[in-house]
Design a protein around this ligand. Structure first.
Ligand SMILES: Nc1ncnc2c1ncn2[C@@H]1O[C@H](COP(=O)(O)OP(=O)(O)OP(=O)(O)O)[C@@H](O)[C@H]1O
Ligand SMILES: [Mg+2]
Length: 324
């Protein structure tokens, strides 16, 4: 069963145009001109029930805007979406009960009161029986190690504790779909790992569909077998994380070990020397040139060992995040 299906989903925003400088600002107060920004441009995707998909792209690529349309917070300019069998922006309660959107930089918890009170409120909002509430809460508190955080006012929690409480609040009603916008933003490494482990476990235990955006490569590499990449609102790639490499990497890595010292300068004509240590060297070589360059290396230098590797997936993802 499909969890998410979009067809040519598109969102334009009108933004005021202004001339530079103070005078420009003053003028634009009286004489507004508007410009259309296309934040999401004809995006068509299909996500099956139970998938865990990474949604990648540089700043401003249109990720959050897409998630907002999928959760019904924004109505698209054109195009269609069916999420859990519903058109999200119709905001039917039958739909609202079955998904959650968690934004790393925004909170649904009440600041002044303990998280437990927000949880109780959510029990009422989602119409959970006492038995279900207790069972789900127990499970989440366990998985997220929230025992000590429940009765403390939210404003006194650390960012990591708050994020975990946030996840608990979002998942009390066991949504079938979880949209996560930067779930590990600002967390330290240990906390990132905990949140990641939890996401993985929640996906597995409940066969929940999870779509997550992140600028954190570890999130992507550890969690997402499939990734969707957008750039300037347009779909750029949709497929296995592993295949991103062949799509994006225009070069390969040649590693050579020598039995005599070789100067980096002497290797420069064979590729970009990224590492050299006299007795070994690492070269970046354009994909199409790999065998020719490796042959030259073998002929012209005292090579005792040689390997050819793909560019690490980290580098590829980093390039996607930074517009290459
Ligand atoms: N409410 C809005 N009004 C006008 N423009 C907007 C609005 N929301 C987003 N945009 C613009 O739409 C584009 C996409 O923004 P969006 O927030 O979806 O990007 P993103 O991929 O989530 O980026 P980031 O990685 O920085 O979170 C950007 O150019 C942004 O400035
Ligand atoms: Mg965003």
């Amino acid at each position: 069963m499909l969890s998410i299906e979009t067809r040519a989903l598109t969102k334009n925003f009108s933004v005021p145009e202004k001339d530079p400088g103070l005078w420009g600002s003053v003028k634009s107060l009286f004489n507004r001109r508007w410009r259309q920004v296309r934040a999401v441009d004809s995006v068509s995707i299909k996500i099956e029930e139970g998938e865990l998909v990474g949604f990648l792209g540089a700043n401003g690529a249109g990720k959050t805007t897409t998630l907002k349309m999928l959760s019904g917070l924004l109505t698209p300019t054109s195009g269609e979406a069916v999420v859990l069998g519903h058109v999200p922006w119709k905001r039917k309660s039958a739909f609202q009960r079955r998904f959650s959107l968690v934004m790393g930089q925004r909170t649904q918890l009440w600041w002044e009161i303990p998280a437990l009170e927000t949880f109780r409120l959510n029990q009422v909002i989602y119409g959970l029986s006492d038995a279900d509430y207790k069972k789900n809460l127990g499970e989440l508190v366990d998985l997220l190690e929230l025992q000590d955080c429940l009765s403390v006012p939210v404003k006194k929690l650390s960012l990591g504790q708050r994020m975990r409480a946030e996840l608990a609040a979002a998942l009390l009603h066991k949504p079938a779909l979880l949209l996560l916008d930067e779930p590990t933003l600002g967390l330290d490494v240990v906390m990132q790992q905990k949140v990641r482990a939890f996401i993985k476990e929640y996906n597995k235990r409940n066969k929940a569909t999870i779509l997550l955006t992140s600028h954190n490569m570890d999130d992507v590499v550890e969690l997402c077998p499939r990734v969707i990449v957008i750039e300037l609102g347009r779909l750029l790639y949709d497929g296995p994380l592993a295949q991103l490499v062949s799509r994006y990497a225009d070069h390969k890595i040649i590693r050579a070990v020598f039995d005599r010292e070789v100067k980096a300068a002497d290797l420069a004509h064979l590729g970009t020397v990224v590492e050299d240590g006299g007795l070994k060297a690492v070269l970046q070589v354009p994909r199409g040139q790999v065998s020719a360059r490796a042959a030259k290396l073998l002929q012209g230098f005292p090579v005792v060992d040689l390997t050819i590797d793909e560019v690490p997936i980290d580098d590829i993802v980093r390039r996607i995040f930074t517009h290459k």
